[in-house]
Write a protein of this length. Structure first.
Length: 598
C-alpha cells in the first residue's frame, strides 16, 4: 500500500482495535517504540507479530474503500497470467486475476494509488478493475509465472525447429549437420523450452517427464503424484533439436538414433539441486525421452510419516534390532522401495556401526553412510561391488536391487556371515519375494535361515488438506465390510484396543450400513482433490510356519495365506484403513491395489 496519511493511519489503528486484533495498551507501546526507533508503526505491527500482513492489507483496503483479495492460497490459471506480461507484473507488483466487463482485473500492492493504477492501465493499453493484495500474496502469484508453460514458446520452438531443419538440409551437402544442430540448439529457444519444461515439472512435484514422438507432433507429459498428465504438445519439427539438446547435456552421442542411451545431469530449481536420470529409446516415430527427477528435498524419512502404522511398524522396528539377516522390500518401479530402505537406514544409523550401500543411482545423499554408485561401464556391478563391500567390515549392507542370481547369492552369504542386509526385488506382493528368490536359484534352507522380514508396498495419492466428508453408498460400504470385516472392532469396548493394534485413530465399528469417507477439494493446485503421495504396506516376519512353507517350495499364495493367518495386514486392507481415516480415498486404493487379495 502507499504511504498513509495521519488520518488514514489513525482509522486503520482504530479498525484493528475494533476487530480485536490489537489492544489499546499494545498500540500505546508501539507508538513509544516507533518514536524511539523512527520506524513506521504499521510496519512494526507485522514485524513484531501482532497482526499478519493479510490483516493489515485487508484493514487498510477497507479504510481506503478499495476492494481486497487474499492471494495466500490463490492458484491463477496460466491463460489468465498471460493477460499481463511477467515483466510488467513484477515491475508494478500487480498480478492479473481475470477479466470482468471488458476490464482486466488486477491485484496491486499500491491499489489505492489512483495515479499508479492509471499509469499501469495506459502501459498495457486496457482499463483495469483494481483490488488490493498483500506483498506476500502478490509474490506468490508472481512465482506462478515460472511454473507455467508459455504457449507463445510453441511458436518460437517451431521457428527454431524449422531453422534447424533447413540448416540440416543445407548441411547434407557439407557433411556438417551434427555440428550445426549442436550450435543451434545451444543458442536457441529450444534450450529455454527444455529449462522451462523441467522447471515446471520440478515445481509441480513431478517424478518423471515423458517426451514422446507421435506421427505428426511431439507430446510432453509429466507424472505428478503417480499419474501422467499431458502438459504440452509441440510441432514434430521440434523433436530433433529438443532431443539433441538433452543428449548434449547428458554427454550422450547426438548422432546415435538406433540404440537406447542412458545418461544424466543436474539442474537447480529454487536454490536446490535436482538430479535427472535420462533414458532415450528409439520408437516407431522417432526417439522417446524419459527424464526421472530425483528431488528428495521435501521427502520425510520417518517411517510413520511415510505411512507405516500399527502391526507393520512394530514388525519393522523388531526386525531392525536383529544383528544379521535380510530385510527385503518389493513392489513395481516407482513404488517407493528405495525410500523405504533409506528410512530403515535412517532409523539405525549411528557412530557405532558401519553402513555401506551399493546403489544405482544414489538417490539420497545421507550423512554418516558410505554410499557407492554402481557403474557397469567400468565393471562396478551390484555383484562386484558387493564382493568389495564385504571386505570393508560393514555391519549393515544396503543393495539397491537384487537383479540376478549372482547378486542374490552374495546377499544371502552376507546375511549368513553376520551382516544385516537391506535390498529390493520386483514382485507384486511381500509373499512373492520368497518364491522369487527360489527362481533365482537360492536354496530354500538358505532363504528360510537368512530372510527374516519382507515388505510389500505401493504408493497412493493423499487427499488434499481441504477435504469434505460424505457417507458411503451401498457398494462402498460392502467393499469396506468385505475388506476389513475381520479387522474393525465389533463393539465400542474393543475400539481403543483395535485402534492401538492397527495404529489408526477413531476407526469405525465393523458391520455398519454406511461409513464416513472423505474426498479432497478439486482445485488447480490439488487436481482431483489430491496432493502428494503415501505408502500402502504389508509387512510380515518369517515365522517357523512360513519357513516350513519355504522349505516345501510353496507358492506365494500359500505363503500369503499363512502370513495373513499370523496377523499381516495386506496392502489393500492398509489402504482401506487409510481411506476410513481421511488420508486417501477408496477409489485411489482400488486403482493401485486392485489385484491384491482382501
Amino acid at each position: 500500500m502507499s504511504v498513509l496519511s495521519a488520518t488514514t493511519q489513525k482509522q486503520v489503528e482504530e479498525d484493528l482495535i475494533e476487530q480485536g486484533l490489537l489492544t489499546d495498551d499494545q498500540l500505546d507501546e508501539l507508538h513509544e517504540k516507533s518514536e524511539k526507533e523512527g520506524t513506521p508503526i504499521l510496519g512494526m505491527l507485522v514485524s513484531d507479530g501482532l497482526i499478519t500482513d493479510e490483516d493489515l492489507t485487508r484493514t487498510t483496503a477497507k479504510v481506503a474503500k478499495v476492494p481486497y483479495v487474499n492471494l495466500s492460497d490463490a492458484r491463477i490459471d496460466s491463460d489468465v497470467l498471460a493477460l499481463l506480461p511477467q515483466e510488467i507484473a513484477e515491475r508494478y507488483m500487480a498480478v492479473p486475476l481475470g477479466e470482468m466487463q471488458h476490464r482486466l482485473v488486477v491485484a496491486m500492492l499500491d491499489a489505492d494509488n489512483v495515479q499508479a493504477a492509471d499509469f499501469l492501465a495506459n502501459k498495457i493499453g486496457r482499463p483495469l478493475k483494481v483490488y488490493a493484495a498483500s506483498e506476500a500474496g502478490i509474490k506468490r502469484v508472481l512465482k506462478q509465472y515460472g511454473e507455467r508453460l508459455d504457449t507463445r514458446m510453441v511458436g518460437d520452438l517451431k521457428a527454431t525447429a524449422d531453422a534447424v531443419a533447413g540448416q540440416e538440409e543445407a548441411d547434407k551437402k557439407t557433411n556438417a549437420a551434427q555440428a550445426n544442430v549442436q550450435s543451434i540448439v545451444q543458442d536457441s529457444p529450444i534450450s529455454k523450452a527444455l529449462s522451462t519444461i523441467m522447471e515446471y515439472a520440478a515445481k509441480n512435484r513431478a517424478s518423471d517427464i515423458h517426451i514422446e514422438p507421435l506421427e505428426k507432433s511431439l507430446r510432453i507429459r509429466a507424472r505428478i503424484d503417480g499419474v501422467l498428465r499431458e502438459i504440452m504438445k509441440l510441432p514434430k519439427s521440434t523433436e530433433a533439436p529438443l532431443v539433441s539438446r538433452i543428449k548434449i547435456l547428458s554427454n550422450l552421442k547426438i548422432d546415435e538414433h538406433r540404440i537406447p542411451q542412458d545418461g544424466g545431469f543436474a539442474i537447480m530449481v529454487d536454490n536446490h539441486a535436482i538430479d535427472l536420470r535420462i533414458a532415450i529409446s528409439p520408437v516407431v516415430w522417432g526417439e522417446q525421452v524419459v527424464i526421472r527427477l530425483l528431488d528428495k528435498s521435501g521427502t520425510s524419512l520417518n517411517l510413520a510419516d511415510m505411512g507405516y502404522h500399527g502391526r507393520a511398524l512394530r514388525t519393522i522396528k523388531e526386525a531392525l534390532k536383529q544383528p544379521n539377516g535380510m530385510i527385503l522390500t518389493s513392489g513395481p518401479t516407482g513404488s517407493g522401495k528405495s525410500t523405504s530402505l533409506y528410512a530403515l537406514l535412517n532409523e539405525i544409523k549411528s557412530d557405532s556401526i558401519n553402513i555401506v550401500t551399493l546403489e544405482d543411482p544414489v538417490e539420497y545423499k545421507m550423512q554418516g553412510i558410505n554410499q557407492i554408485q554402481v557403474n557397469a561401464e567400468v565393471g562396478l556391478t551390484f555383484a562386484n561391488g558387493l564382493r568389495s563391500i564385504l571386505r570393508q567390515d560393514p555391519n549393515v549392507v544396503m543393495v539397491g536391487e537384487i537383479r540376478d542370481k549372482e547378486t542374490a547369492q552374495l546377499a544371502v552369504q552376507a546375511a549368513l556371515t553376520g551382516h544385516l542386509v537391506f535390498s529390493t526385488l520386483h514382485t507384486n506382493s511381500a509373499a512373492g519375494i520368497l518364491p522369487r528368490l527360489l527362481d533365482m536359484g537360492i536354496e530354500p534352507f538358505l532363504i528360510a535361515s537368512t530372510v527374516h522380514t519382507v515388505i510389500g508396498q505401493r504408493l497412493v495419492r493423499r487427499t488434499s488438506e481441504q477435504k469434505e466428508q460424505y457417507q458411503s453408498d451401498k457398494a462402498e460400504a460392502a467393499a469396506v465390510q468385505a475388506t476389513l470385516g475381520n479387522l474393525l472392532a465389533k463393539s465400542d469396548a474393543d475400539r481403543i484396543k483395535v485402534d492401538q493394534d492397527l495404529g489408526y485413530n477413531n476407526l469405525p465399528l465393523g458391520g455398519q450400513n454406511a461409513y464416513t469417507l472423505f474426498k479432497g477439494i478439486d482445485t488447480p493446485e490439488t487436481p482431483g482433490g489430491y496432493k502428494g503421495r503415501m505408502g500402502l504396506y504389508e509387512v510380515f516376519e518369517i515365522s517357523e510356519s512360513i519357513q516350513d512353507l519355504i522349505l516345501k517350495r510353496s507358492t506365494s499364495a500359500e505363503i500369503q495365506k499363512q502370513a495373513r493367518a499370523e496377523g499381516m495386514v495386506t496392502m489393500r486392507e492398509d489402504g482401506y484403513l487409510k481411506a476410513l481415516t481421511g488420508q486417501t480415498t477408496l477409489k485411489e486404493v482400488n486403482r493401485v491395489a486392485a489385484g491384491d487379495t482382501a
